[in-house]
Design a protein around this ligand. Sequence first.
Ligand SMILES: COc1nc(N)nc2c1ncn2[C@H]1C[C@H](O)[C@@H](COP(=O)(O)OP(=O)(O)OP(=O)(O)O)O1
Length: 170
Amino acid sequence: MRIARYPAILLKKGDEVLLGLNKKGFSKNKWTLFGGFLQRKETLLDAAIRYLKEQSGITVEKAEKIGKIEVKFGGVQELIQIHVFLAETFTGEPIETREVLPKWFNLGELPISEMWSDVPFWFDQVAGGKRVKAFFIYENETLLYQDVDSPPPPPPLQPTIQQPTAVSPV
Ligand SMILES: COc1nc(N)nc2c1ncn2[C@H]1C[C@H](O)[C@@H](COP(=O)(O)OP(=O)(O)OP(=O)(O)O)O1
């Protein structure tokens, strides 16, 4: 099965998140994270940052990989992998582009009815900084199946400490 990789970025400012209303494409008329199809020779992070800039005018220097959302549509031999990044430090003001209308939403007031139906199953976790891994199956626009998992954070990197070798008494 073909895998389509989509880097996407959630920008957070206090209790608000920036979403984009897509004016065209697969997610037309839906509010989504900023993102799109991964191009050749790009890392997921570089592409997520690029899409945010292109679609909203906002610049971020760093973002944390926080989720992997997999989506399968019935009858389509393709797995959509949305690689979600979270960013909380940015410069610039959102500007409308030809493709996307960006808008800040309070976390308690998301436009759920105008978002993909999988979003309520993982959005709060990601916005709260918790890692998430999820798999969804759609039939057309109807969500048929969901499996949501919250993997524990990776262990902190430990410096390798060389244990002193025991000296045997003479
Ligand atoms: C179908 O399930 C989806 N769920 C969620 N939560 N988000 C999705 C889904 N499909 C796409 N997205 C996200 C990925 C991106 O961040 C945006 C825009 O995606 P879209 O596929 O519309 O992107 P385009 O670059 O416009 O691609 P096309 O030109 O191929 O339509 O939504």
